[in-house]
Design a protein around this ligand. Sequence first.
Ligand code: SAM
Length: 506
Amino acid sequence: MGRKSKRGGGVKTGPPVKGEEKETDVPPTLSKSAKREVTELVTQLLEICSKPPASGAKELEDYPEIHGLVEKIRKIQSSVNSPPQNREELFPAFLEWLHKNGVDTSAVEIASFPGFGYGLKTTKDIKEADLLLKIPRKLMLTVDSAKMSVLGELISEDKILQVMPNVTLAMHLLIEFKVADSFWKPYLAILPHTYNTPLYLTPEELQHLKGSPTLGNSITQYRSIARQYAYFYRLLQKHPAAAKLPIKDNFTFDDYRWAVSTVMTRQNLIPGKDGEKQTFGLIPLWDMCNHSNGIYTSDFDIENDCSLCYAQQDCSAGDQLFMFYGPRSNGEFFVHNGFVYAENDHDRLSLKLGISKGDPLFEAKSELLAKLNLSASRSYFLHCGDYPVDGELLAFLRVFCMDEDTLRAEEKKENHENLMELETPLSQDNEEKVWNFLETRAALLLKSYPSTVQEDEIQLMQTDLPTTLQMMLKLRIGEKRILQQTASFTSQRKHMMKERSGQINS
Ligand SMILES: C[S@@+](CC[C@H](N)C(=O)[O-])C[C@H]1O[C@@H](n2cnc3c(N)ncnc32)[C@H](O)[C@@H]1O
């Protein structure tokens, strides 16, 4: 992405107001026969992607077919993609735009940081909790600004745009990108032109995630974006409210995955204009900050209608500034943010667990779990660090392993918080079943990866590995360490139980 405007397009002084005429680039378009071919492929794509999503191994089965169709579409559309621009050359114009719109950037500079892309560095020594940036709402691309834009009419007619704010934001971004005199042009021009999200990976590359639950999540994301693309391609062709949109005749898959990836990797929750409901927005400059462990240091000043960014910690002039994106696992960072963070304090591995409907105690167990706001079938988590098992997983496993007598005795209690506490086991027998089950599950999951942690670590030491392969190796290593940690935790617990019951002498 990062297309050059064929016209100069002066910088505007404010976001568009509804009904305002838009100047658009004259976009390159496909020949009639190429368009026909794309339309046919899009129909096939929509058909496959609209089948109820298969689960388990089947979910992987139709992915090559979906990917193949998308690649055919991309090949035909490649003639209308233009080469990316150099982001760095466009930073001065971006900063000028920020200054013109009242942003004080004196505390920060945009700089390149190997392994992070670009980021923010401090220009002076700062103290934890110092205010670093104040970005007014009028500079943000938001669901509200989308409604006020040329896309507004289509939003009011289309259900998907009404219920999926991130999709609305992606379409808004893409449209503004094609508008030569967009108010946001200096910001749009400095956005990355490519990403490391799963939308940019081939089925062969994704094979490096074999055994990892992140493989299925990556494919689910690809499938859902392919379906959205096909849906919007047809909507843009057919809907009268799309007639004026600058993407009507040149809406490519590459454009859509770029817009979706931009939104996924940079969006933030902000209060809506009414000050009540939260909405999604892209916040210029603020979104140049990379992630590290820490705490949330952003706020929104409702009175002055601007977002505020505070320093996470003391920094010396020239240090990189970081922001905490949230307690996400590396699998989530990989799928939604296009990076993996080896030092992630919040890394965790999802574990799909369910009580069998064939269990004669299924109903009673489900009811008991519901009292703890837990479900009889869902993803639970194993965490990195010394305590991989949290209260929710522990309670699920204790209920899952209950025999009828233990279940009936538990039902008589007023509250069941004890089920979530490590040091309040129900019985020796129940606890033994819990740890045996988890030990076996962790061992099985470890076996499903084709390589060991040591082999991954050796591979990761190789120089010149593609960034995406490095990411997948780091992800696999983190997941396997969690499973190893789980295995040693379960054997510790079993040992402790035996000690306590006097089966072994301490
Ligand atoms: C909000 S943007 C931050 C600015 C971005 N680095 C840029 O060049 O525009 C988020 C993106 O930055 C990168 N990133 C953020 N934190 C990172 C980290 N801890 N390690 C590696 N990449 C990171 C990822 O590419 C992510 O998708």
